[in-house]
Structures are given as C-alpha cells and as structure tokens.
Design a protein around this ligand. Structure first.
Ligand SMILES: Cc1cc2nc3c(=O)[nH]c(=O)nc-3n(C[C@H](O)[C@H](O)[C@H](O)COP(=O)(O)OP(=O)(O)OC[C@H]3O[C@@H](n4cnc5c(N)ncnc54)[C@H](O)[C@@H]3O)c2cc1C
Length: 409
C-alpha cells in the first residue's frame, strides 16, 4: 500500500506556507494541496490595494511559481474542493467524488464574507471582496461607476473607499458603529483616519445601519439606511467582516467556536487534524485568550508551527500579531493586540501624517498603531514581543530613545 499523504485543504497564505515549511523542515512523504480556487495560489492583501488600483497584474500576485510545486513534489489540485472528512477512516472526499486517505490533515480553509443581514446583497452590481474573481469584478465595476457605496468601514471597505474617492468617484461609506475600523484600532487612530478619508472625498455615514439594497433601474443600486436616508450608486461593496470557513470541520464533528478550535500546536479536537490561519480559533499569548486572527502573519506563522509539529520538533504558536493596511497614501501598521487598552499616547505628529499611537493596559504596552512610521512599527514589534518595560511618558517623549529600549540597551 502506498504511503498516505499529508493533505492540506486550502491553498491560501496558510496552506501554501504549510506545504513549503513541511519540505523545509524535512518532511519527505507525499503532500496534497487542495484548492477550491481555480487560480494558482496568490497573495490576497493586494486585491484591495494595488490590484484594484490597476497597479499590479494578477500574475504579479502569484505566491509561488509552478516550479515550486513540482520541485517540492507538492500535488497542487486547483479547482478541487474537499466536500467531507471521514475522521474514522482518515479520508477526504472531494466534490468530484474522489476519495483520498490521509496520514494527517491540515485545514487552511480561510474565511468567507459575512452574509449580509439585509435584503438585496445578491443583486447584480453588489459585490464582496475575498478572492481574485471578486477583485476582478469589482475592478471592472469601479472602472464603469460614477458613484459607489461601501457598507462597512473595516480595512477592506476603507482601502477600496480611498481608491475610489481618489479616482474622483463619488464615494459613500456606511458604517453601523460610531467610528471607522472600530473593532480593530484605537479611538484616536480611528478619528484620524475618519478625518483623512473625508479629505480624500469619502462621505462617511457613521452610526448608520442598512435596511435594504434595491435595484434603482438604469444600472443603479439604492441603499436605504436605517434612518431612512437613501444613497443611489452604480456599485455597492458589502464589506462587513468575514466568518471562518468551518463547515467541513463542523460536519466532521470537530470542536468549533468562531473557528476551528485548536491548541497552541494548532491541533484540533482530533489529533490527526490541524487547523491554521483565518479558520483557526487558537489560544493567543498576546490576547490572553482564545481568538481568531485574520492576517497573513498569523496564517504564515501558524503554518510554520504545524510543519514543525509534524516533523517532531518543538511547536508552539507564540508569535506577535502584526498587520498592515494601505489607505490612499497612508500606511497603517499595527503591532500587538489592542484588547482592553485604556491609555493612549501619541508619538510623532498627526498633522504631518506620520505618527504612532502607543496603547497601554495596566502600565504594559499592548499595541502600537503607526501611520507612515515604519521604524516605530519595527521597534514596537520588538518591544511588545519582549514584554519590555516602557512607560506612557517615555513613549510620548520625542527625545526618548525607543530604539535603544527595543534593542535592550
Ligand atoms: C482583500 C483582502 C485584503 C487583505 N489585506 C490584508 C492586509 O493588508 N494585511 C494582512 O495581514 N492581511 C490581509 N488580508 C487577510 C489575509 O489575506 C488573510 O488573513 C489570509 O489570506 C489568511 O490566509 P489563510 O490561508 O488562512 O486563508 P485564505 O488565504 O483565505 O485561503 C483559504 C483557501 O482555502 C480555500 N478553501 C476553502 N474551503 C475549501 C475546501 N473545502 N476545499 C478546498 N479549498 C478550500 C479557499 O478557496 C481559499 O483559497 C486581506 C484579505 C483580503 C480578502
């Protein structure tokens, strides 16, 4: 009988890295990488940035060239989705009906756009943005639109909003929360970005829910807000967050709780199955609790952990979370997890559009949000990862040598 492979379901940032890391760590056995997506595996962050702007081609987003898969003996199966998992038999059934037995299974299924809680999200001209096909449709739509309405002021919605507004397209953003990126960043940084988006020309409708989207005829969509306000636009983007792709895991009886439940070695409730990336709910050292992260850093670092585990090396996920978002000419970089931080100190000058917000809880530095201050971000990653002592006074003092403290000097 031939050796059972390690099967990886999902060829996004996590899945591709897991395959690469398994080979780097010395795994010699067969490897199968299943991808529901028909495109060669690609980077997702540029889809809402350079790709939509027309500054990057689809080819330039490819994660690894074809030679990588052949040289590393990775059986990449594009456009082939897993339909079910038989845990007792350690067998995956594909939507085609084909069955493949596994020695170990890695779930790297990512996430799906959160279903809209209002009517009209399925109308033509109403978009989501998760994959390459979505991005292509959105890019084409933006090219033809004179006005757009974006529902949700999260990272993806605001990245797209900045691009649209700076192209001279009338741009509305509707957000149910009172502030932009409210789930992810501090109040001072959120206020700064709201101000900058208004300067880009974005019309923000904060604290406003959506009642429905309708076809307004002549290729237009009409969005009715909960207060009765109506916005008519040629294109709508619904960017109200994502939900973990956990259906396969749930149907197979694995523990799920806002994502597939894993331990710090990315093992699910079945020792023969791991989960990584956007789909994994993991105990996070920096959050001090179980969370699900939606970032390239998280997917890639968790993939490395799983590869170490499967090659019998010490494996523990304890990486510092970090993230970035490009909105217009502003580069936002975040290190750490904001959590319940309640003391915020600004370093640098918001007027110059180059500054950082240092967020503290109980005297400890929890997160740093930097705008156009890459050096602060790199220092912050070191400081938080090392749990280094830094007071709010030091953080806010422009003369204080942050680098020396970060380097442990
Ligand atoms: C537009 C956009 C912009 C972003 N910008 C940033 C950014 O600036 N910075 C940042 O850090 N992160 C960003 N992210 C988030 C980042 O891309 C994700 O966190 C990352 O891709 C997660 O990797 P993953 O491998 O867990 O999942 P994914 O990359 O989503 O890959 C999962 C793959 O699994 C496949 N799949 C699902 N179910 C099955 C199945 N049953 N069978 C086979 N295949 C299946 C899916 O088709 C998908 O290709 C962005 C995301 C998007 C969509």
């Amino acid at each position: 009988m031939s050796e059972r492979p390690i099967i990886i379901i999902g060829a996004g940032h996590g899945g591709v890295q897991a395959a690469a890391s398994l080979r780097e760590e010395g795994y010699e056995g067969p490897l199968v990488l299943l991808s529901a997506d028909r495109h060669a595996p690609y980077q997702r962050p540029p889809l809402s940035k350079a790709y939509i702007k027309g500054e990057a081609s689809a080819d330039s987003l490819i994660l690894r060239g074809p030679a990588f898969y052949t040289e590393n003996r990775i059986a990449l199966r594009l456009g082939e989705a897993a339909a079910s998992i038989d845990r007792a038999a350690q067998r995956v059934t594909l939507t085609s009906g084909e069955q493949i037995d596994y020695a170990h299974l890695i779930l790297a299924t990512g996430a799906d756009p959160r279903p809209a809680p209002f009517a009209g999200a399925q109308l033509p001209g109403v978009h989501v943005l998760r994959d390459m096909d979505d991005a292509e449709r959105l890019k084409q739509g933006l090219g033809a639109a004179r006005s757009v309405v974006i529902i949700g002021a999260g990272f993806i919605g605001l990245e797209f909003a900045a691009t649209a507004a700076l192209k001279g397209v009338e741009t509305h953003v509707v957000e149910v929360a009172p502030r932009v990126m409210g789930r992810a960043i501090s109040q001072p940084m959120s206020a700064f970005f709201a101000g900058e988006h208004r300067k880009f020309g974005v019309r923000l409708h904060l604290g406003a829910g959506v009642a429905a989207i309708e076809d307004a005829g002549a290729g237009a969509r009409r969005v009715t807000l909960s207060d009765g306000t109506q916005i008519t636009a040629g294109l709508a983007l619904v960017g109200i967050g994502i939900v973990a792709s956990e259906g396969l895991a749930k149907a197979a009886g694995l523990a799920v709780d806002n994502g597939v439940v894993v331990d710090s070695a990315m093992t699910t409730s079945d020792p023969h199955i791991s989960a990584i990336g956007d789909c994994a709910s993991h105990p996070n050292l920096f959050a001090g609790r179980r969370i699900r992260l939606e970032s390239v850093q998280n997917a890639v670092d968790q993939a490395r952990v799983v590869a170490r585990k499967l090659t019998a090396k010490p494996a523990q996920y304890d990486a510092l979370p970090w993230f970035w978002s490009d909105q217009g000419d502003l580069k936002l970089q975040i290190a750490g997890i904001l959590g319940e931080a309640d003391v915020f100190v600004t370093r640098g000058d918001p007027e110059q559009r180059a500054f950082s917000v240092f967020a503290f809880k109980d005297g400890r530095l929890k997160a740093v949000e930097s705008v156009n201050r890459g050096a602060d971000h790199m220092m912050a990653r070191r400081l938080i990862a090392a749990n280094a002592a830094l007071t709010p006074q030091e953080a806010g003092d422009p003369a204080f040598d942050l680098k020396a403290r970060a380097m442990g000097r």
